[in-house]
Design a protein around this ligand. Structure first.
Ligand code: PLP
Length: 382
């Protein structure tokens, strides 16, 4: 049993009858942060033109407010809607040469993998997928596997925290190895802000994108993209708009008409998070993930596939009996019907249960998952 804080849970609008075990996919926005965004929307609607006319400096102020939490300066970051847009901006504007080889792993996020394949077709690249084993107990295995593919590579595209397997990759070690071989690195740090420290997530990589709408409580559609000075002159968004020829900041900031209130609310979200204590939340979530993994492993008699050294705030365990990859969506639906919201991920041809141990998760929520599983499996005929 782990401690949970009802006051933290009460800060969110989460439905009381659903065990909220999937913070990782879309985050959850505290009521106070939603209120701040509502106020901004009110100001926007009061005089839409004035709001848009003032937007440039306000976006820069928001960038300057969030950058220090990533050990960056405001002029080193731009906002993008999500990790996917950031990755696509990098892949679409990097100065590729035909035949370049891009290294990634079999744990990469599906949409990013697809973006790599599409980019490869467009620029004549080769996508080189490193097989990183799972279960995984030692980050050194990731480094060894990736290093074998680095010589001569044009880029390494690597996750800070993997989506299907909830593994924290040893990004600082991978950055060091890639640098030693002159290979630029794009870190897909979708889950990192509020989950890992800036160093652990590799913000000093050639390119780095992280969502603030997952573990940092910002309204959805808020991610930060940064690049080392070497690449800023070529980095551009996928959409061409007024600022395109005026440097990377103008190109990203001045991109057509859209609702910027999520980005402008990001500083409020970070202040809300920091009032609870960012390091305190991170440490608590990690401790909770360890307990969740142990609870489910014991109840379902399954080994924990990740050691604590590669575990962040998410626990991953296999269900009590093997569930084929194709059955993951029906298992998810069966669990949801029983009041449990948890992702059934797919890796290695089988289904895994990934639990986000966000601070609003109670032991009762995890107990509910553990106990409805048999019934859910029976419903789907496993
Ligand atoms: C590793 C990884 N990359 C990219 C994404 C995509 O994030 P977004 O939907 O915010 O673009 C996710 C989402 O969970 C992810 O886990």
């Amino acid at each position: 049993v782990f401690p949970s804080d009802p006051a933290f849970r009460a800060a969110f609008a989460l439905a009381p009858d659903v065990a909220p075990l999937n913070h990782g996919s879309y985050g959850a926005v505290p009521r106070a942060v939603s209120r701040a965004q509502d106020e901004l929307r009110g100001a926007f609607e009061a005089d839409p033109v004035a709001f848009m006319e003032d937007l440039g400096p306000r976006l820069r102020a928001a960038a300057s407010a969030v950058a220090p939490s990533l050990s960056l300066r405001g002029e080193e970051v731009v906002f993008v809607e999500n990790a996917t847009s950031g990755v696509c901006a990098v892949l679409g504007s990097h100065p590729w040469r035909p035949g370049d080889r891009v290294v990634t792993t079999n744990h990469a996020y599906g949409a990013v993998r697809l973006a790599l394949d599409v980019t490869a077709r467009r620029f004549g690249l080769v996508v080189d997928v490193v097989d990183v084993p799972f279960p995984l107990h030692d980050g050194g295995v990731v480094v060894d596997a990736v290093c074998r593919h680095l010589p001569g590579a044009a880029m390494l595209v690597i996750d800070a925290i993997t989506s299907p397997t909830a593994v924290v990759f040893p990004i600082p070690d991978l950055l060091r190895e890639a640098r030693a071989r002159g290979v630029p690195v794009l870190v897909d740090a979708a889950h990192a802000p509020g989950h890992l420290s800036p160093d652990e997530s590799g913000v000093t990589a050639d390119y780095w994108v992280g969502n603030l709408h997952k573990w940092s409580f910002a309204p959805r559609g808020t991610a930060v993209l940064t690049a080392s000075s070497r690449w800023r002159s070529t980095l551009r968004p996928t959409v061409v708009s007024h600022g395109y020829e005026e440097g990377w900041i103008c190109a990203f900031d001045g991109l057509g008409t859209r609702d910027p209130t999520a980005w402008l609310t990001a500083p409020v979200a970070l202040s809300w998070r920091d009032a609870w204590g960012e390091a305190h939340l991170r440490a608590g979530n990690h401790a909770r993930a360890r307990v969740v993994a142990a609870m489910l492993s014991e109840r379902w008699r399954q080994p924990i596939p990740t050691s604590t050294s590669v575990m962040g705030a998410m626990a991953i365990v296999a269900p009590p009996r093997p569930v084929g990859a194709q059955r993951a969506p029906v298992l998810h639906a069966a669990l949801r019907r029983r009041g449990v919201q948890v992702p059934c991920t797919v890796f290695g041809g089988r289904t895994w249960i990934r639990v986000s141990a966000q601070a609003y998760v109670s032991a009762d929520d995890v107990e509910k998952l553990a106990s409805v599983m048999e019934d859910a499996l029976a419903e789907i005929g496993v």
